[in-house]
Design a protein around this ligand. Structure first.
Ligand code: NAD
Length: 478
C-alpha cells in the first residue's frame, strides 16, 4: 500500500465519515468488534509468532505467545467482558437551588472517532492491540502503524486486518519514520504512541498542529531500590529474571539498582549467579530473547564499553572475550553489571533497553530519593524489602508511572489498573476503565427545570441598584 500522506488522509476521512454516520455504538456492537480482533489473533497466532521470531532472528515462539498473544488477548477480553457498565451515563450533583427545582445533570461517554495507534518493535503486537482493546471498547475506529523494525510482523498484521476486518473499523498502514511523521500529522480524534521519549516529543508537536489529544507511552531509566531489609538472594533472582525478560527490551525493565553499600559485592554476585542459572549458556539459547537487530545490540555494547574504557568496574554473568563478537553472532548478550558509574557515564544518560544493569551503592534512603528525583520521572519504580515505613517514604517522595513491590514488571500486566508514564516517561493511560475513559469524550449534559426562577430572584437584566450588593454578599470564605 502506498502510505503517502494523501492516501492516509483519505483513509482517515472515510473512517471519520463512517463514525459520524454511526456515532452511537452499543455495548453489544463494541463487544462484537473486539471479538473480531480476538478471533483474528487466535486463528493466526502461529503465523504471528513465526513472524516475530523471524524479525528478532530467534525470539522463542513460546515467549511471543506469552508476551504478545496472551498479553493482547488479555486486554481485549478484559475490555469485552467489563465494558457494559462503563457505557452507562453517570448522574452528577446539581448546584443549589436548581437541585430542588427538578433539574438534573449527567456525564455521558461518547466515542471520539478515529484513533491513530503507533506501535513499537519490542512488543510488536501488544503495543498495537492492547491500546486497540480500549479504543474499540470506547466505540472508536482505528488506524494502526506498526514499527518498521519488525517488518515481517508489520506486513502480516496489515495483511490479516485487511483480510478479516472492515478497513473503516480498523486499518493498518506500514512504513518507517517518514510514514510515522506523516501519520502523526493527520487530524485524528486521538493519537496513541508507544516508543522513545525523543520521538514522543515529535509526535506531540505534530499532533498539536491539529489539536489532537495524545497518549504517549514512553520509556526511561526505571530504578530498583534494594532495602537493607530485603531477602537478598530472592530479590536478586527476581531482578535478574525481570532484566532478562525479552532480552532486557521492555519499557519497564529495571535499569539502575540502588544497593546498600555493604551489600554491593554480594548483590552483584547474586545477580550474575541467578542470571547464569536461568541461562547457563547465552549464544544459541532459545530461552533468551536476542536483541532485535545488530544496531540495538551494538548500542547496548557501546554503553557498557564506554563505562569500561572510563575505568568503571564492569562484571559479566558469562566469560566473554569480546561482546562485539556476540553482536556479530546471534545478538544474545550475557548480563553486564556496571558498578557505581558517575552521572557523566553514557550508561547513566540513556535508557539501557538490553541486558545490562547499573549498580549504585547507597548509605541512606534520602540519598536514593534525591538521586531518583535528579533524573526524569521514570516509567516504573521497584522496591525490594520488608520495611513499610521505608516504602512509604519512597512512595511519598518520588514519582513514577507505576510501582511494583518485591518484584518487577508486574504492575504493567494488570488489566484492571491504569498503565502509563508521568513526565518524560509519558502521559495518559490505557488498560482497564481508565483506558476506556482515555478514548471516550466525557460529555456533561445539564437538563434545566421547567420553571426558571431567575426573574423572581432579581437576577435578570436590566439590573436593579442592589444587584452588585446581592452578588458581593455571596463572596464568602466558609
Ligand atoms: P521509536 O520512538 O524509535 O519508534 C517507535 C515508533 O515511532 C515506530 O513505529 C517508528 O516508526 C515511529 N517513528 C520513528 N520516528 C518517527 C517520527 N519522527 N515521527 C513519527 N513516528 C516516528 O522507539 P523504539 O526504539 O521503536 O522503541 C523503544 C522505546 O519504546 C523505548 O524507549 C521503550 O522504553 C519504549 N517503550 C515504551 C512502552 C510503554 O508502554 N511505555 C512500551 C514499549 C516500548
Amino acid at each position: 500500500m502506498n502510505n503517502n500522506l494523501a492516501t492516509m488522509a483519505t483513509l482517515l476521512q472515510r473512517q471519520q465519515q463512517a463514525h459520524t454516520q454511526q456515532m452511537s455504538v452499543t455495548a453489544a456492537q463494541r463487544q462484537e468488534r473486539i471479538q473480531q480482533v480476538i478471533n483474528l489473533v487466535v486463528e493466526h497466532h502461529q503465523q504471528l509468532v513465526e513472524a516475530i521470531e523471524a524479525d528478532f532472528g530467534g525470539r522463542s515462539q513460546a515467549f511471543s505467545i506469552m508476551n504478545d498473544i496472551i498479553g493482547s488477548l488479555g486486554s481485549l477480553k478484559y475490555t469485552r467482558d467489563n465494558l457494559t457498565p462503563w457505557l452507562e451515563s453517570e448522574s452528577r450533583a446539581v448546584f443549589a437551588p436548581y437541585d430542588q427545582l427538578g433539574s438534573s445533570a449527567r456525564v455521558e461517554y461518547q466515542p471520539k472517532g478515529s484513533v491513530g495507534i503507533i506501535g513499537t518493535w519490542n512488543a510488536p503486537l501488544y503495543t498495537l492491540l492492547a491500546p486497540l482493546a480500549c479504543v474499540l471498547g470506547a466505540g472508536n475506529r482505528a488506524i494502526l502503524k506498526p514499527s518498521e523494525v519488525t517488518p515481517h510482523t508489520a506486513a502480516l498484521v496489515a495483511e490479516l486486518f485487511a483480510k478479516h476486518i472492515d478497513p473503516l473499523l480498523v486499518s493498518v498502514v506500514t512504513g518507517g519514520a517518514d510514514v510515522g511523521a506523516a501519520f502523526s500529522a493527520l487530524a485524528f480524534d486521538h493519537l496513541v504512541f508507544t516508543g522513545s521519549t525523543e520521538v514522543g516529543k515529535k509526535i506531540m508537536a505534530a499532533a498539536a498542529e491539529n489539536l489532537v489529544p495524545v497518549t504517549l507511552e514512553l520509556g526511561g531509566k526505571s530504578p530498583v531500590v534494594l532495602s537493607e531489609s530485603a531477602d537478598l538472594a530472592e530479590s536478586c533472582k527476581r531482578i535478574a529474571l525481570a532484566k532478562s525478560n525479552n532480552g532486557g527490551q521492555l519499557c519497564v525493565s529495571p535499569d539502575i539498582v540502588y544497593v546498600p553499600r555493604n551489600k554491593l559485592d554480594q548483590a552483584a554476585t547474586r545477580l550474575l549467579e541467578s542470571f547464569r542459572q536461568f541461562y547457563p549458556q547465552i549464544t544459541d539459547n532459545p530461552d533468551f530473547v536476542p536483541s532485535v537487530n545488530r544496531q540495538h545490540s551494538q548500542r547496548v555494547v557501546d554503553l557498557v564499553e564506554q563505562a569500561r574504557t572510563a575505568g568503571y568496574d564492569v562484571r559479566s554473568s558469562h566469560e566473554v572475550t569480546s561482546l562485539a563478537a556476540l553482536v556479530a553472532a546471534d545478538k544474545r548478550l550475557p548480563l553486564q553489571l556496571v558498578i557505581a558509574p558517575n552521572k557523566d557515564a553514557h550508561i547513566m544518560q540513556h535508557e539501557i533497553f538490553g541486558p545490562a544493569l547499573v549498580l549504585l551503592p547507597y548509605d541512606e534512603l534520602e540519598q536514593v530519593i534525591s538521586d531518583i528525583n535528579s533524573r526524569a520521572k521514570p516509567l516504573a519504580l521497584y522496591y525490594f524489602g520488608e520495611q513499610p515505613d521505608e516504602l512509604k517514604q519512597l512512595l511519598a517522595n518520588t514519582s513514577s508511572g507505576g510501582v511494583s513491590v518485591n518484584d518487577c514488571l508486574m504492575h504493567a500486566a494488570l488489566h484492571d489498573a491504569p498503565f502509563g508514564g508521568v513526565g518524560a516517561s509519558g502521559m495518559g493511560h490505557y488498560h482497564g476503565r481508565e483506558g476506556f475513559l482515555a478514548f471516550s469524550h466525557q460529555r456533561t449534559v445539564f437538563v434545566a427545570p421547567e420553571h426558571d426562577p431567575r426573574g423572581e430572584w432579581g437576577l435578570l437584566p436590566p439590573h436593579h441598584a442592589q444587584f452588585k450588593e446581592m452578588m458581593a454578599a455571596q463572596v464568602t470564605a466558609d
